[in-house]
Design a protein around this ligand. Structure first.
Ligand SMILES: Cc1cc2nc3c(=O)[nH]c(=O)nc-3n(C[C@H](O)[C@H](O)[C@H](O)COP(=O)(O)OP(=O)(O)OC[C@H]3O[C@@H](n4cnc5c(N)ncnc54)[C@H](O)[C@@H]3O)c2cc1C
Length: 232
């Protein structure tokens, strides 16, 4: 009955379901019972707004439930507090999201594109991954493909999880839509891109963590040192 079943209706899954449905494939988007629970607010970079607009979806409204990020204060390898004003950023401001609402709006867009949605079951065989970042060795196999955190998750310091989930859902959905029409080459391109993103991300992460040298004996930093990231 279904051409594609998307397990998990977060940003990645909802985006993949939307793309598959727009391509005319009968798509079921599923999530677990209670998936519409409260989620802590997270930050979405402006580049994600451009991605959403590029496929005809609105960027988060700042007069709605989401708040514009005027800037950030950070203290890294120094006790001095540095202010980074979004006004000076060529990309503009990002958003402090109401995550529940953001995810619900994406699901609504997928449903409007033709996807069916059910949140009445728990997928078996799901596994937990390291919150500091992890990825699948293979992101696709016979009859399946992974995207979003299920394929590759990032250390929260990177702030790129939701954008990457949206982009992953878009590219994986596009690749599967093509494969369902007999063209499988985009699946390999998708997999190669995941490898490239991971390589760049790990390099940047190492450089960020190595540049903080204040607490070499602290447990958190010694764990990073053991993983080959911290400076001391
Ligand atoms: C502490 C922390 C802070 C973060 N801060 C940011 C931030 O500021 N900015 C940012 O961009 N990213 C941030 N992230 C990362 C971001 O939350 C994720 O990258 C993003 O949610 C990934 O989207 P996704 O669609 O892949 O997965 P999810 O949003 O996790 O969606 C997965 C969906 O699958 C469903 N599901 C899971 N298991 C099952 C099952 N067994 N059966 C059925 N359904 C299931 C879930 O209910 C959920 O709806 C943070 C992460 C953490 C841990």
């Amino acid at each position: 009955m279904w051409d594609a079943i998307v397990a998990g209706a977060g940003p990645a899954g909802a985006m993949a379901a939307l793309i598959l449905s727009r391509a005319g494939h009968r798509t079921l988007l599923t999530d677990r019972i209670g998936s519409d629970r409260f989620r802590i607010g997270e930050t979405l970079p402006e580049v994600a707004g451009r991605l959403l607009r590029s496929i005809g979806l609105p960027a988060p409204e700042t007069d709605g439930p989401h708040a514009a990020v005027g800037g950030v204060f950070l203290s890294w390898n120094s006790d001095e507090l540095i202010a980074l004003d979004s006004f000076r950023s060529p990309a503009g401001h990002g958003w402090r999201l109401d995550r529940k609402r953001f995810d619900a709006d994406l699901r609504t867009a997928a449903i409007a594109a033709g996807a069916a949605y059910r949140n009445d079951r728990e997928l078996e065989g799901a596994h937990a991954a390291d919150a500091r970042g992890a990825r699948l060795k293979d992101v696709f196999g016979e009859g399946w493909i992974a995207c979003g955190d299920a394929a590759m998750s990032f250390d929260p310091i990177s702030g790129q999880g939701i954008f990457s989930a949206l982009h992953g859902g878009l590219t994986a959905g596009t690749a599967v839509a093509a494969a369902l029409n007999g063209r499988t080459e985009l699946i390999d391109e998708y997999s190669a891109r995941i490898n490239d993103v991971w390589t760049i991300y790990r390099k940047r992460l190492r450089s960020i963590y190595q540049s903080e040298r204040r607490w070499p004996a602290a447990c958190f930093w010694s764990r990073w040192r053991d993983a080959g990231f911290a400076a001391n």
